[in-house]
Design a protein around this ligand. Sequence first.
Ligand code: AMP
Length: 426
Amino acid sequence: MPTINPVKGTHDIIADEADVYSYIESVFAKEAESFGYRHIVTPVLEHTEVFDRATGEGSDVVRKEMYTFLDKAERSVTLRPEGTAGVMRSIMTNKLYATPDMPLKYYYSGTTYRYERPQLGRYREFRQIGVECVGEDSVYLDAETVALAARTLQKLGFKDLRLKINTLGDKASRENYKEALRAFFATRIDQMCPDCHERLRLNPLRILDCKVPEDHALVADAPKMKDYLSPESLERYQKTLDLLRLLDIPFEEDDTLVRGLDYYGEIVFEVHCISPEGNDYGAICGGGHYEGILTNFGGPKEIDVGVGFAMGVERVYALMKEFGLIGGLASTLDIYLMPLGEEAIRPAYELGDTLRGLGYSALVPYKPGKLGAYFKKAERKGARYAIIFGETELQNGFVQVKDLTKQQQEEVNLKELPDYLAAHLR
Ligand code: AMP
């Protein structure tokens, strides 16, 4: 029978790799919690309307990338293409806004689905870790959010990152700028890619981050956001940059940086990194300040402001691997038990359980084997210690304990085994 492949754009994450994914998520969770964030887990499956309301008509994800289908009751449902909309829906469903303690701070991690063309660093099912900080408007929170993304990546061991920052200004500044871009590109659009034709109609800002090389030259000559910023937005932007300098977070300004989703305004940012082998996996992280999402869900206007980011775990993993940052992160086996003879299997089974109760990982064979084969297996499993015994040793209350790294073996009294292991393995 032919084997069945995973669905195009999805992938299996196995053993050592899965350990690193968990590690990335746990480092992020710890960092987010240190900034006062709480964990939120929302469903992968939402009513399609959740994303229609949140993401805006001009967003690529809504236009063409969503996994949307009718369920058996003919309701339109969608596999989440990003994390923000579900959190906003949840804030409303659970009335999380009914608290005097603003801002609301939630972090999430989970799978995300986009019907994109799979390529290097681009999947159809991928994992995102991210935060949403909602309900208080402050440059301090904007800068803090950028800092959280940077700190997480620093804790994961990254050094050579490019943190790109831009401002999209307030709504009025943005509208003026969009008008200027429309006028500028209207006469040049014939030379541009088909997607840009659509962008010109829906959201000309998106033309600025067109990935088609031939379009770049035209974009370089386009009007600049800075010339259309209100004094308030300019001041806000400069204050945010100043706070990043205060926190010692290196950044570079990039006036072509816009974000794929329409709800962003004021500060936006992305983190990029070229691997040692020259691979560009695209942005590792993207986010910014947003307004107007909660009211689309019927939420209170007074708190309809937020800032957040999402980081792609697949891309972080791929880069960590290339930078040599994943050594020692896979889980290891503490002890491989080596019962000699049929009669020793049952006591080994029991000893394995006792050792696990003491906090060690232990593997026990269920069929008696030869010592040579046991050692080969223990080595393949990366075990640190072997405990070897037959029925006679057990009756006399002794086992042989072998340090598999140092290749040193000692006889240990069973009663003293816990202390012995604590002194050697911990
Ligand atoms: P976005 O909401 O598009 O800014 O996505 C946030 C982050 O998710 C990006 O910076 C990427 O790291 C990651 N990401 C987005 N799309 C994909 C994809 N198709 N495959 C893998 N990672 C992705």
